[in-house]
Design a protein. Sequence first.
Lengths: 113, 112
Amino acid sequence: DAGITQSPRHKVTETGTPVTLRCHQTENHRYMYWYRQDPGHGLRLIHYSYGVKDTDKGEVSDGYSVSRSKTEDFLLTLESATSSQTSVYFCAISEKGSTDTQYFGPGTRLTVL
Amino acid sequence: GDSVTQMEGPVTLSEEAFLTINCTYTATGYPSLFWYVQYPGEGLQLLLKATKADDKGSNKGFEATYRKETTSFHLEKGSVQVSDSAVYFCALLNTGFQKLVFGTGTRLLVSP
């Protein structure tokens, strides 16, 4: 299994508070991704990174920001959490990007009350 | 834009039955195709992949063939086990794009 950890694994927070989720990898892969999983939607890309300090938006990026200051860590921040951001968040990594396989972390279940 | 359509679930089978989960896609160019599996409470695991037309991906008794003429990547297994109960996601990854495009997932329930 790819060495990917996510923290926290579960979090409950209140509307309007900032939340940061962390993804950590030990594979030294260049590309890292954040997806959210919602019933009826499969997984959808929020943001991705193609190197340290290099990030770009995915299809559902509104209300989220990301940062990558080290190869191994990719942070997802909800600037002001809303109930619509209640979801399961998955981090993924890929060595080469493009059509290369993406490997997923165990997920973080976030509930915004 | 690119999209993936999977059959609605749940698919309910008895142990040792034959499994097919249909997946069709719409995409420009020549995407890579994937099947991921998600067991309860866990993340997604890569089950198999195919990167070009007529390629067959296989793993743990599961198979899928990349059919460009029918834009399909159906998942099959000859004899399912109770331990195969999970949600299966078909996905594509297109050249030059970074996002996996997922189907909505198909839940498989296998009873003894």
